[in-house]
Write a new protein. Structure first.
Ligand code: CP
Length: 309
């Protein structure tokens, strides 16, 4: 039902398939509103969640998506596995596949790990975030949430603000949104901006007020505090002043602005609590849409069966 067997990233991913996933996800959103949130769509399918990095939203939403669709699921934690006895990534995955699985959801700190995995397993591979490369399922849930707010992505003005250089969320959103006809402006400190990024078809700004003034919606990225020691930005206080979505900054612009954040948030740094908790923020809608989007992705890639009613 989708052109590609795996979902490794949104670079070059067909717009028709992105739209099919979003439309299918809206169908699954209805399942999530029911008293009994379970359908038999993936009965008999086995999915393994392989997380080599910490996660709250992606891991739980994938696990819930699998359970909601009646798949058999196993979740693997690198910390308690035989990787700690020296077993390689390849051997680990090939042993898991020998137990007859249909799909692997992989989060890994190394960019390209999901692509590498496809070389030695037959199972469907879904990228749940690889290094600083891509996080395609996050971008799909973000686009679903924008479509829910604005009905269409075509011509929508979306600002992406923060650490663009290290953000797989930013890259997948840039690929997905530009494919779907949205206008994207990215903004952040010059030390956290990749060179030649405008070649991806985005506008670049170093002025947060310009972006807030221009955009219909802004996606605020987590500032990775662990990078402060490396001198990529001077201080939390200065970051908030220049690139934080503060109450004062919002007040300077008399317009409706939809606010998104992929989580986890640093309240008081890239976003003020009062903004994150305000009506303009759709951060928890994104989380719910994360379950629906992942249901749709699993359903479409694993050839699930629809309910008969
Ligand atoms: N947005 C996101 O990927 O969150 P987690 O790291 O908690 O999965």
């Amino acid at each position: 039902m989708l052109q590609h067997k795996h979902l490794l990233g949104l670079e070059g991913y067909p717009s028709k398939d992105i739209q099919t996933i979003i439309d299918t996800a809206f169908g699954f959103r209805k399942v999530l509103e029911r008293p009994i949130k379970k359908v038999p769509s993936l009965q008999g399918k086995t999915v393994v969640n392989l997380f080599f990095e910490m996660s709250t939203r992606t891991r739980i939403s994938f696990e819930l998506a699998q359970k909601r669709m009646s798949a058999d699921t196993v979740s693997f934690s690198a910390a308690s596995s035989s990787l700690n006895k020296g077993e390689s990534f390849k051997d680990t995955v090939q042993n898991i596949e020998a137990m007859k699985i249909d799909a692997v959801i992989l989060r890994h700190p190394a960019s390209g790990a999901p692509q590498h995995l496809t070389k030695f397993v037959d199972a469907i591979v879904i990228n749940a975030g690889d290094g600083t490369h891509e996080h395609p399922t996050q971008a799909i849930l973000d686009m679903m949430s924008l479509q829910e707010q604005f009905n269409s992505l075509e011509g929508l003005k979306v600002g992406i603000i923060g650490d663009i250089s290290h953000s797989r969320v930013a890259l997948s959103n840039i690929f997905g949104l530009t494919t779907m006809g949205a206008d994207v402006m990215i903004c952040g400190p010059s030390t956290l901006m990749p060179p030649h990024i405008e070649k991806l078809g985005v506008k670049v700004s170093y002025d947060m007020d310009e972006v807030v003034d221009w955009a219909d919606a802004v996606n605020i990225l987590r500032i990775q505090l662990e990078r402060m020691d490396t001198g990529l930005y001077p201080s939390v206080r200065e970051y908030r002043e220049l690139f934080g979505l503060s109450v004062e900054r919002i007040k300077r612009h008399s317009k409706d602005l939809v606010v998104m954040h992929p989580g986890p948030m640093n309240r008081g740094t890239e976003i003020d609590s009062a903004v994150a908790d305000s009506d303009r923020a759709i951060i928890l809608d994104q989380v719910l849409n994360g379950v629906a989007s992942r249901m749709a992705i699993l359903y479409l890639l694993l050839g699930g069966k629809m309910e008969e009613n």
